[in-house]
Design a binder for this molecule. Structure first.
Ligand code: BGP
Length: 450
Protein backbone atom coordinates (compact mmCIF):
# COMPACT_ATOMS: atom_id res chain seq x y z
CA UNK A 1 0.00 0.00 0.00
CA UNK A 2 1.21 3.50 -0.83
CA UNK A 3 0.85 6.04 1.98
CA UNK A 4 0.98 9.56 0.59
CA UNK A 5 1.37 12.75 2.60
CA UNK A 6 0.23 16.31 1.90
CA UNK A 7 2.66 18.39 -0.16
CA UNK A 8 3.08 21.03 2.54
CA UNK A 9 3.62 18.54 5.39
CA UNK A 10 6.62 19.64 7.46
CA UNK A 11 9.16 16.89 8.09
CA UNK A 12 11.96 17.70 10.46
CA UNK A 13 13.88 16.96 13.59
CA UNK A 14 14.39 18.60 16.97
CA UNK A 15 16.92 19.45 19.66
CA UNK A 16 17.00 21.58 22.82
CA UNK A 17 19.55 24.22 23.77
CA UNK A 18 21.14 22.67 26.85
CA UNK A 19 21.28 19.20 25.35
CA UNK A 20 23.03 20.14 22.13
CA UNK A 21 24.76 23.51 22.25
CA UNK A 22 27.66 23.09 24.69
CA UNK A 23 29.61 26.38 24.93
CA UNK A 24 28.08 26.93 28.33
CA UNK A 25 30.39 29.82 29.19
CA UNK A 26 30.82 31.27 25.71
CA UNK A 27 29.84 34.79 24.69
CA UNK A 28 28.41 35.92 28.01
CA UNK A 29 25.83 33.18 28.60
CA UNK A 30 24.50 33.10 32.17
CA UNK A 31 24.45 29.98 34.33
CA UNK A 32 21.30 27.88 34.11
CA UNK A 33 19.57 25.42 36.41
CA UNK A 34 21.02 22.53 34.42
CA UNK A 35 24.60 23.89 34.53
CA UNK A 36 24.15 24.02 38.27
CA UNK A 37 22.66 20.51 38.43
CA UNK A 38 25.39 18.84 36.42
CA UNK A 39 28.13 20.48 38.45
CA UNK A 40 26.94 19.03 41.72
CA UNK A 41 29.30 16.41 43.22
CA UNK A 42 29.38 12.94 41.65
CA UNK A 43 27.70 13.77 38.37
CA UNK A 44 29.25 11.65 35.64
CA UNK A 45 28.58 13.86 32.66
CA UNK A 46 27.36 17.32 31.73
CA UNK A 47 26.45 19.48 28.75
CA UNK A 48 29.53 21.74 28.91
CA UNK A 49 30.60 20.64 25.43
CA UNK A 50 27.94 18.16 24.30
CA UNK A 51 27.90 18.23 20.47
CA UNK A 52 29.19 21.82 20.40
CA UNK A 53 26.28 22.77 18.14
CA UNK A 54 26.88 26.38 19.19
CA UNK A 55 30.10 26.42 17.18
CA UNK A 56 29.20 23.80 14.59
CA UNK A 57 25.60 24.63 13.70
CA UNK A 58 26.50 25.37 10.07
CA UNK A 59 27.86 21.88 9.60
CA UNK A 60 24.77 20.47 11.35
CA UNK A 61 22.40 22.42 9.14
CA UNK A 62 24.28 21.18 6.08
CA UNK A 63 23.61 17.62 7.24
CA UNK A 64 19.94 18.42 7.94
CA UNK A 65 19.78 19.72 4.38
CA UNK A 66 21.24 16.43 3.13
CA UNK A 67 18.45 14.71 5.05
CA UNK A 68 16.02 16.90 3.07
CA UNK A 69 14.50 18.35 6.24
CA UNK A 70 11.89 21.00 5.74
CA UNK A 71 12.00 22.24 9.32
CA UNK A 72 14.17 22.24 12.44
CA UNK A 73 12.88 22.64 15.98
CA UNK A 74 15.33 24.13 18.48
CA UNK A 75 15.05 26.01 21.74
CA UNK A 76 16.59 29.28 22.80
CA UNK A 77 18.58 29.38 26.00
CA UNK A 78 17.01 32.20 28.01
CA UNK A 79 20.35 32.80 29.78
CA UNK A 80 22.14 33.46 26.49
CA UNK A 81 19.74 36.33 25.78
CA UNK A 82 19.40 37.57 29.37
CA UNK A 83 22.21 36.10 31.49
CA UNK A 84 20.28 36.81 34.69
CA UNK A 85 16.90 36.11 33.18
CA UNK A 86 16.08 39.82 33.17
CA UNK A 87 17.87 43.13 32.66
CA UNK A 88 20.33 43.83 29.92
CA UNK A 89 20.29 41.89 26.63
CA UNK A 90 23.44 39.93 25.81
CA UNK A 91 23.93 40.86 22.15
CA UNK A 92 26.31 38.01 21.40
CA UNK A 93 23.80 35.45 22.63
CA UNK A 94 21.10 36.92 20.43
CA UNK A 95 23.55 36.97 17.53
CA UNK A 96 23.99 33.20 17.79
CA UNK A 97 20.28 32.57 17.23
CA UNK A 98 20.28 35.20 14.50
CA UNK A 99 22.99 33.32 12.66
CA UNK A 100 21.20 30.02 13.24
CA UNK A 101 17.89 31.32 11.90
CA UNK A 102 19.57 32.96 8.88
CA UNK A 103 21.40 29.74 8.05
CA UNK A 104 18.16 27.78 8.26
CA UNK A 105 16.27 30.23 6.07
CA UNK A 106 19.05 30.22 3.47
CA UNK A 107 18.70 26.45 3.34
CA UNK A 108 14.90 26.60 3.11
CA UNK A 109 14.52 24.95 6.47
CA UNK A 110 11.62 26.41 8.48
CA UNK A 111 12.77 27.40 11.98
CA UNK A 112 10.52 26.24 14.82
CA UNK A 113 11.53 28.05 17.99
CA UNK A 114 10.78 26.92 21.54
CA UNK A 115 11.14 29.69 24.12
CA UNK A 116 11.71 27.46 27.12
CA UNK A 117 13.03 23.91 27.16
CA UNK A 118 13.91 23.65 30.87
CA UNK A 119 17.18 25.61 31.12
CA UNK A 120 16.13 28.29 33.58
CA UNK A 121 18.55 31.17 34.27
CA UNK A 122 19.98 30.25 37.66
CA UNK A 123 19.47 33.78 39.03
CA UNK A 124 15.73 33.33 38.54
CA UNK A 125 15.82 29.80 39.94
CA UNK A 126 17.35 31.24 43.08
CA UNK A 127 14.41 33.56 43.55
CA UNK A 128 11.99 30.65 43.31
CA UNK A 129 11.91 29.82 39.59
CA UNK A 130 8.44 28.89 38.36
CA UNK A 131 7.15 28.71 41.90
CA UNK A 132 7.51 32.47 42.07
CA UNK A 133 4.62 34.15 40.26
CA UNK A 134 6.93 36.99 39.25
CA UNK A 135 8.68 34.60 36.91
CA UNK A 136 5.70 34.95 34.60
CA UNK A 137 6.47 38.59 33.82
CA UNK A 138 10.18 37.82 33.36
CA UNK A 139 9.19 35.18 30.83
CA UNK A 140 6.88 37.61 29.06
CA UNK A 141 9.65 40.16 28.84
CA UNK A 142 12.05 37.56 27.41
CA UNK A 143 9.43 36.42 24.88
CA UNK A 144 8.87 40.02 23.78
CA UNK A 145 12.56 40.42 22.97
CA UNK A 146 12.50 37.33 20.76
CA UNK A 147 9.19 38.22 19.11
CA UNK A 148 10.46 41.68 18.13
CA UNK A 149 13.77 40.33 16.97
CA UNK A 150 12.56 37.41 14.88
CA UNK A 151 9.32 38.91 13.61
CA UNK A 152 8.65 37.73 10.05
CA UNK A 153 11.58 35.32 10.07
CA UNK A 154 10.45 32.71 12.59
CA UNK A 155 6.87 31.64 11.91
CA UNK A 156 6.51 28.63 14.19
CA UNK A 157 6.73 29.29 17.91
CA UNK A 158 6.27 27.16 20.94
CA UNK A 159 6.09 28.64 24.43
CA UNK A 160 7.14 25.84 26.78
CA UNK A 161 8.42 22.31 26.32
CA UNK A 162 6.67 19.66 28.42
CA UNK A 163 5.60 21.51 31.55
CA UNK A 164 4.56 18.09 32.92
CA UNK A 165 8.15 16.87 32.93
CA UNK A 166 9.44 19.82 34.92
CA UNK A 167 6.49 19.61 37.32
CA UNK A 168 6.73 15.86 37.91
CA UNK A 169 10.48 15.34 37.73
CA UNK A 170 11.50 18.68 39.20
CA UNK A 171 8.90 19.11 41.93
CA UNK A 172 7.43 15.68 42.75
CA UNK A 173 10.14 13.11 42.08
CA UNK A 174 13.04 15.47 42.74
CA UNK A 175 15.20 14.13 39.90
CA UNK A 176 15.41 17.28 37.76
CA UNK A 177 16.20 20.82 38.99
CA UNK A 178 15.25 22.18 41.42
CA UNK A 179 15.15 18.69 43.03
CA UNK A 180 12.00 19.29 45.07
CA UNK A 181 9.52 16.74 46.38
CA UNK A 182 6.43 18.71 47.22
CA UNK A 183 2.98 18.20 45.67
CA UNK A 184 1.64 21.57 46.61
CA UNK A 185 4.59 23.32 44.96
CA UNK A 186 4.34 21.08 41.91
CA UNK A 187 0.69 22.00 41.31
CA UNK A 188 1.43 25.69 41.77
CA UNK A 189 4.31 25.49 39.29
CA UNK A 190 2.00 23.81 36.76
CA UNK A 191 -0.46 26.70 37.16
CA UNK A 192 2.29 29.29 36.72
CA UNK A 193 3.44 27.51 33.57
CA UNK A 194 -0.08 27.79 32.20
CA UNK A 195 -0.29 31.48 33.06
CA UNK A 196 3.13 32.19 31.55
CA UNK A 197 2.13 30.32 28.41
CA UNK A 198 -1.19 32.18 28.18
CA UNK A 199 0.40 35.62 28.68
CA UNK A 200 2.89 34.93 25.92
CA UNK A 201 0.22 33.64 23.51
CA UNK A 202 -1.72 36.83 24.20
CA UNK A 203 1.37 38.94 23.58
CA UNK A 204 1.98 37.14 20.28
CA UNK A 205 -1.49 38.10 19.11
CA UNK A 206 -1.25 41.67 20.44
CA UNK A 207 2.03 42.13 18.59
CA UNK A 208 0.34 40.85 15.40
CA UNK A 209 3.06 38.30 14.88
CA UNK A 210 3.03 36.40 11.61
CA UNK A 211 2.81 32.64 12.00
CA UNK A 212 1.58 30.27 14.65
CA UNK A 213 2.11 29.82 18.36
CA UNK A 214 1.47 26.72 20.46
CA UNK A 215 3.01 24.61 23.18
CA UNK A 216 4.77 21.22 23.22
CA UNK A 217 3.05 18.85 25.66
CA UNK A 218 3.91 15.23 26.42
CA UNK A 219 0.62 13.54 27.24
CA UNK A 220 0.69 9.76 27.58
CA UNK A 221 -1.97 7.38 26.37
CA UNK A 222 -2.83 5.22 29.39
CA UNK A 223 -4.36 1.76 29.36
CA UNK A 224 -5.81 -0.11 32.32
CA UNK A 225 -3.99 -3.37 33.10
CA UNK A 226 -7.29 -5.31 33.12
CA UNK A 227 -11.05 -4.91 32.75
CA UNK A 228 -11.46 -4.65 36.50
CA UNK A 229 -13.26 -1.50 37.59
CA UNK A 230 -10.46 -0.51 39.97
CA UNK A 231 -7.89 -0.66 37.15
CA UNK A 232 -10.12 1.42 34.90
CA UNK A 233 -10.39 4.04 37.64
CA UNK A 234 -6.61 3.89 38.07
CA UNK A 235 -6.14 4.50 34.34
CA UNK A 236 -8.48 7.49 34.42
CA UNK A 237 -6.57 8.98 37.34
CA UNK A 238 -3.23 8.40 35.65
CA UNK A 239 -4.49 10.06 32.46
CA UNK A 240 -5.67 13.10 34.42
CA UNK A 241 -2.35 13.28 36.27
CA UNK A 242 0.02 12.85 33.31
CA UNK A 243 -1.97 14.19 30.42
CA UNK A 244 -5.24 16.03 30.89
CA UNK A 245 -3.94 18.24 33.71
CA UNK A 246 -1.81 19.89 31.00
CA UNK A 247 -4.14 19.58 27.99
CA UNK A 248 -7.35 20.95 29.54
CA UNK A 249 -5.97 24.38 30.55
CA UNK A 250 -4.49 24.89 27.08
CA UNK A 251 -7.46 23.64 25.08
CA UNK A 252 -10.34 24.71 27.29
CA UNK A 253 -8.98 27.06 29.98
CA UNK A 254 -9.89 24.72 32.83
CA UNK A 255 -8.50 21.97 35.03
CA UNK A 256 -9.89 18.42 35.02
CA UNK A 257 -12.61 18.68 37.64
CA UNK A 258 -12.10 15.54 39.73
CA UNK A 259 -8.37 15.96 40.03
CA UNK A 260 -8.76 19.66 40.75
CA UNK A 261 -11.08 18.95 43.69
CA UNK A 262 -8.78 16.25 45.01
CA UNK A 263 -5.77 18.58 44.80
CA UNK A 264 -7.58 21.37 46.62
CA UNK A 265 -8.61 18.92 49.34
CA UNK A 266 -5.24 17.26 49.76
CA UNK A 267 -2.76 20.05 49.04
CA UNK A 268 -4.77 23.29 48.88
CA UNK A 269 -3.09 23.83 45.55
CA UNK A 270 -2.96 25.33 42.96
CA UNK A 271 -3.90 28.71 44.38
CA UNK A 272 -5.77 30.57 41.68
CA UNK A 273 -6.13 34.34 41.63
CA UNK A 274 -9.08 36.26 40.18
CA UNK A 275 -8.68 36.60 36.42
CA UNK A 276 -6.36 33.58 36.04
CA UNK A 277 -8.90 31.24 34.48
CA UNK A 278 -10.21 33.96 32.14
CA UNK A 279 -6.64 34.49 30.96
CA UNK A 280 -6.24 30.77 30.24
CA UNK A 281 -9.58 30.65 28.43
CA UNK A 282 -8.73 33.63 26.22
CA UNK A 283 -5.31 32.36 25.15
CA UNK A 284 -6.21 30.25 22.14
CA UNK A 285 -3.31 28.34 20.65
CA UNK A 286 -2.88 27.97 16.90
CA UNK A 287 -1.72 24.40 17.27
CA UNK A 288 -0.94 21.75 19.83
CA UNK A 289 2.55 20.25 19.86
CA UNK A 290 2.76 16.64 20.99
CA UNK A 291 5.95 14.94 22.14
CA UNK A 292 5.20 11.25 21.91
CA UNK A 293 7.46 8.44 23.08
CA UNK A 294 5.48 5.65 24.76
CA UNK A 295 2.30 4.52 26.47
CA UNK A 296 1.82 3.49 30.08
CA UNK A 297 -0.26 0.63 31.40
CA UNK A 298 -1.47 1.03 34.96
CA UNK A 299 -3.23 -0.93 37.67
CA UNK A 300 -4.86 0.03 40.94
CA UNK A 301 -2.25 0.41 43.68
CA UNK A 302 -3.45 -1.21 46.90
CA UNK A 303 -0.48 0.24 48.82
CA UNK A 304 -1.19 3.85 47.93
CA UNK A 305 -0.32 6.51 50.49
CA UNK A 306 -3.10 8.57 48.94
CA UNK A 307 -1.02 10.97 46.89
CA UNK A 308 -2.34 11.88 43.46
CA UNK A 309 0.33 9.88 41.63
CA UNK A 310 0.31 6.67 43.62
CA UNK A 311 -3.27 5.55 43.58
CA UNK A 312 -2.11 3.81 40.40
CA UNK A 313 1.03 1.81 39.63
CA UNK A 314 2.82 1.07 36.37
CA UNK A 315 2.63 -2.43 34.98
CA UNK A 316 4.93 -4.04 32.43
CA UNK A 317 3.00 -5.66 29.62
CA UNK A 318 3.75 -9.31 28.94
CA UNK A 319 5.19 -9.56 25.41
CA UNK A 320 5.42 -5.75 25.28
CA UNK A 321 8.25 -4.27 23.24
CA UNK A 322 10.48 -2.31 25.66
CA UNK A 323 13.80 -0.53 25.19
CA UNK A 324 16.76 -1.00 27.54
CA UNK A 325 15.43 1.99 29.46
CA UNK A 326 12.01 0.39 29.94
CA UNK A 327 10.15 2.66 27.52
CA UNK A 328 7.45 0.73 25.69
CA UNK A 329 7.42 1.03 21.92
CA UNK A 330 3.75 1.41 21.09
CA UNK A 331 3.16 3.36 17.86
CA UNK A 332 -0.66 2.99 17.94
CA UNK A 333 -0.57 5.15 21.07
CA UNK A 334 0.11 8.20 18.93
CA UNK A 335 -3.12 7.69 17.00
CA UNK A 336 -5.08 6.89 20.17
CA UNK A 337 -3.81 10.00 21.90
CA UNK A 338 -4.56 12.42 19.08
CA UNK A 339 -8.04 10.93 18.54
CA UNK A 340 -8.80 11.25 22.23
CA UNK A 341 -7.67 14.87 22.39
CA UNK A 342 -9.77 15.68 19.33
CA UNK A 343 -12.79 13.86 20.79
CA UNK A 344 -12.40 15.68 24.10
CA UNK A 345 -11.68 19.19 22.84
CA UNK A 346 -12.55 19.44 19.15
CA UNK A 347 -10.44 19.97 16.08
CA UNK A 348 -7.02 21.56 16.30
CA UNK A 349 -3.86 21.43 14.18
CA UNK A 350 -1.27 19.10 15.67
CA UNK A 351 2.48 19.01 15.22
CA UNK A 352 4.36 15.99 16.49
CA UNK A 353 7.07 18.11 18.06
CA UNK A 354 9.12 15.10 19.26
CA UNK A 355 9.11 11.40 18.49
CA UNK A 356 12.06 9.06 18.69
CA UNK A 357 13.69 6.41 20.79
CA UNK A 358 16.90 6.11 22.74
CA UNK A 359 19.11 3.12 21.91
CA UNK A 360 22.71 2.01 22.50
CA UNK A 361 24.00 2.55 18.97
CA UNK A 362 26.58 -0.06 17.95
CA UNK A 363 29.21 1.05 15.49
CA UNK A 364 30.24 -1.08 12.53
CA UNK A 365 33.98 -1.53 12.01
CA UNK A 366 34.02 1.46 9.68
CA UNK A 367 32.21 3.60 12.26
CA UNK A 368 28.84 3.47 10.49
CA UNK A 369 25.62 3.23 12.49
CA UNK A 370 23.13 0.75 11.05
CA UNK A 371 20.29 1.71 13.37
CA UNK A 372 17.49 -0.51 12.12
CA UNK A 373 15.62 -0.25 15.44
CA UNK A 374 15.42 3.53 15.24
CA UNK A 375 14.52 3.45 11.56
CA UNK A 376 11.68 1.04 12.25
CA UNK A 377 10.47 3.09 15.24
CA UNK A 378 10.25 6.24 13.13
CA UNK A 379 8.59 4.42 10.25
CA UNK A 380 5.93 2.83 12.47
CA UNK A 381 5.06 6.19 14.00
CA UNK A 382 4.87 7.90 10.62
CA UNK A 383 2.39 5.20 9.60
CA UNK A 384 0.28 6.27 12.58
CA UNK A 385 0.54 9.91 11.48
CA UNK A 386 -0.88 8.82 8.15
CA UNK A 387 -3.68 6.98 9.94
CA UNK A 388 -4.52 10.23 11.75
CA UNK A 389 -4.61 12.20 8.49
CA UNK A 390 -6.83 9.59 6.89
CA UNK A 391 -9.27 9.87 9.80
CA UNK A 392 -9.54 13.64 9.65
CA UNK A 393 -7.06 14.53 12.37
CA UNK A 394 -5.08 17.51 11.21
CA UNK A 395 -1.36 16.81 11.67
CA UNK A 396 0.81 19.44 10.02
CA UNK A 397 4.33 18.38 10.88
CA UNK A 398 6.52 15.73 12.46
CA UNK A 399 9.88 16.12 14.21
CA UNK A 400 12.22 13.24 14.96
CA UNK A 401 13.85 13.49 18.36
CA UNK A 402 16.62 14.11 17.80
CA UNK A 403 18.32 15.83 14.89
CA UNK A 404 21.72 14.79 16.16
CA UNK A 405 23.12 12.73 19.06
CA UNK A 406 23.02 14.85 22.20
CA UNK A 407 22.89 14.72 25.96
CA UNK A 408 20.00 12.71 27.36
CA UNK A 409 18.90 14.50 30.56
CA UNK A 410 19.38 11.66 32.98
CA UNK A 411 20.99 8.99 30.79
CA UNK A 412 23.98 10.92 29.47
CA UNK A 413 25.61 10.17 26.13
CA UNK A 414 24.94 6.44 26.15
CA UNK A 415 21.32 6.75 25.23
CA UNK A 416 21.43 7.91 21.63
CA UNK A 417 18.60 9.49 19.67
CA UNK A 418 20.13 11.24 16.65
CA UNK A 419 19.60 10.83 12.93
CA UNK A 420 23.15 12.16 12.84
CA UNK A 421 25.88 10.37 14.78
CA UNK A 422 28.37 12.32 16.86
CA UNK A 423 31.71 10.81 17.82
CA UNK A 424 32.02 12.47 21.22
CA UNK A 425 35.84 12.14 21.19
CA UNK A 426 36.38 14.03 17.96
CA UNK A 427 32.94 15.68 17.58
CA UNK A 428 32.86 14.38 14.01
CA UNK A 429 29.40 13.95 12.54
CA UNK A 430 27.98 11.43 10.08
CA UNK A 431 24.47 10.48 8.99
CA UNK A 432 23.12 7.19 10.34
CA UNK A 433 21.14 4.67 8.31
CA UNK A 434 17.91 6.11 9.81
CA UNK A 435 18.92 9.54 8.50
CA UNK A 436 19.58 8.17 5.01
CA UNK A 437 16.17 6.48 5.07
CA UNK A 438 14.44 9.65 6.32
CA UNK A 439 16.08 11.70 3.51
CA UNK A 440 14.65 9.41 0.83
CA UNK A 441 11.27 9.26 2.53
CA UNK A 442 11.04 13.07 2.73
CA UNK A 443 12.04 13.42 -0.91
CA UNK A 444 9.37 10.89 -1.97
CA UNK A 445 6.77 12.13 0.54
CA UNK A 446 5.18 8.70 0.47
CA UNK A 447 5.82 5.31 1.97
CA UNK A 448 5.19 1.86 0.59
CA UNK A 449 4.07 -0.53 3.27
CA UNK A 450 2.33 -3.88 3.53
C1 BGP B 1 11.57 14.66 26.20
C2 BGP B 1 12.34 15.96 26.23
C3 BGP B 1 13.57 15.94 25.38
C4 BGP B 1 14.31 14.62 25.37
C5 BGP B 1 13.41 13.40 25.32
C6 BGP B 1 14.13 12.11 25.60
O1 BGP B 1 10.81 14.53 27.34
O2 BGP B 1 11.53 17.02 25.79
O3 BGP B 1 14.37 17.02 25.75
O4 BGP B 1 15.30 14.56 26.27
O5 BGP B 1 12.35 13.52 26.24
O6 BGP B 1 14.30 11.92 26.98
P1 BGP B 1 15.60 11.37 27.65
O7 BGP B 1 16.71 12.24 27.18
O8 BGP B 1 15.38 11.48 29.12
O9 BGP B 1 15.75 9.96 27.21
Amino acid sequence: MKLEFPKDFLWGSATASYQVEGAVHQDGKGITSWDEYYHMPNREYNGDISTDHYNRFKEDIKLMKQINQKTYRFSVSWARILPNGKGEINKKGLQFYDDLVEELLENNIEPNLTLYHWDMPQTLMETGGWLNRENISHFENYAKILFSHFRGRVKLWSTINEPASEVIEGYIQGTHPPLRKNYSEALQVAHHFNLAHAKVVKLFKEMNMEGKIGIALNPLPIHPASDKEEDKVAAEKAYAFHSDWYIAPIMAGKYPEKMFKECQRKYKSPRIQPGDMELLRDAKVDYLGINYYMRKVVAHNPDSTGNIDDTFKYVRVKDGNYTDWGWEIYPEGLYELLSKIQDDYGEIDFYITENGMGFYDKEQENGEIIDNDRLDYIKQHIIQVHRCLKDGISVKGYYVWSAIDLLSWTSGFEKRYGLIKVDFKTLERSIKKSGVWYAKFIADNFMECN
